[in-house]
Ligand binder design. Structure first.
Ligand code: HEM
Ligand code: HEM
Length: 213
């Protein structure tokens, strides 16, 4: 890698990427809490109203996921390149990439399964939430089958999301507090700075090697 390319690279994500990341994290956490809260409510008008909000927030999550994906695609052309974490073993890099793609897939598939489920279960809620009227014309048996399938899919994807978030957050915290490297600071720039790495750690060796170049 040339010296110039190295100095041009940014140690953290671009502010637009950081904004999208934390907006999405907040929306997903609120949506998980709201989903569990709503499904525990007694059937009635209040529950139906709560599902309208769940559907609207879910649709907003899907929209932000597409905007974020769009930004991820154009960022390499308009923003400084992101510096690679120096000391990351190949398998960890691959695990992080796979987790990020799984999270992107879930940010789209989870709302989609929810929208299909509520469209089949309660077309009137769907109309109130998003103005979509198509489900009314569906055959009753087809609607019942779709509802049954999407209920299972939504449930599995909710727990998939919870699992991947746990892995993702756990890895971020491990990098910060155990490895003491700058991975978490890529998404929270003010965490960066000159923290002393533990004696003999991979992060420390990488810093020494970089300074010697
Ligand atoms: C990222 C987006 C979403 C997340 C994180 C999410 C999360 C959840 C959670 C945690 C539950 C409770 C599951 C349980 O009780 O075990 C739930 C249930 C439900 N969600 Fe979502 N949801 C999302 C999008 C949507 C959307 C867009 C809709 C469409 C209206 C929707 C419709 C429903 C319905 C109808 C249930 C009740 C399922 C049942 O009780 O059988 N969800 N969701
Ligand atoms: C407390 C919660 C969270 C923390 C501490 C956190 C931390 C981080 C960090 C440090 C990175 C950069 C990793 C790297 O560059 O190798 C990252 C990237 C990412 N995070 Fe999170 N995250 C959190 C919540 C979430 C949630 C809820 C989602 C989605 C549902 C999410 C999706 C992503 C994705 C897709 C990336 C890759 C960014 C890209 O390259 O486009 N994160 N996160």
């Amino acid at each position: 890698m040339s010296k110039r390319a190295e100095t041009d690279a940014s140690p953290h994500y671009h502010p637009i990427g950081i904004f999208f990341h934390w907006l999405m994290a907040a929306m997903v956490f609120v949506q998980l809490w709201w989903g569990w809260r709503t499904s525990a409510m007694m059937a009635g008008y209040e529950k139906a109203d709560a599902y309208v909000i769940h559907a609207q927030l879910g649709a907003a999550i899907m929209l932000v996921a597409f905007l974020r994906l769009g930004w991820r695609i154009i960022a390499p052309f308009v923003a400084p390149r992101l510096e690679a974490p120096e000391d990351l073993p190949g398998w960890q890099h691959l695990a992080a990439e796979l987790t990020h793609w799984a999270l992107y897939a879930l940010m789209i598939a989870l709302p989609l399964s929810g929208l299909l489920m509520i469209g089949a279960t309660a077309p009137e809620t769907m109309e109130r939430a998003l103005g979509l009227t198509g489900f009314r014309d569906m055959d009753v048996v087809a609607r019942a089958q779709l509802e049954h399938l999407m209920e299972r899919v939504h449930f599995v994807l909710v727990w998939g999301m919870v699992g991947f978030i746990a892995l993702h957050v756990g890895a971020g915290l491990k990098h910060h507090f155990v490895d003491r490297d700058d991975v978490l600071a890529r998404m929270i720039p003010w965490l960066g700075g000159d923290r002393p790495e533990p004696e003999g750690s991979a992060a420390r060796k990488a810093k020494i090697a970089k300074a010697a170049r």
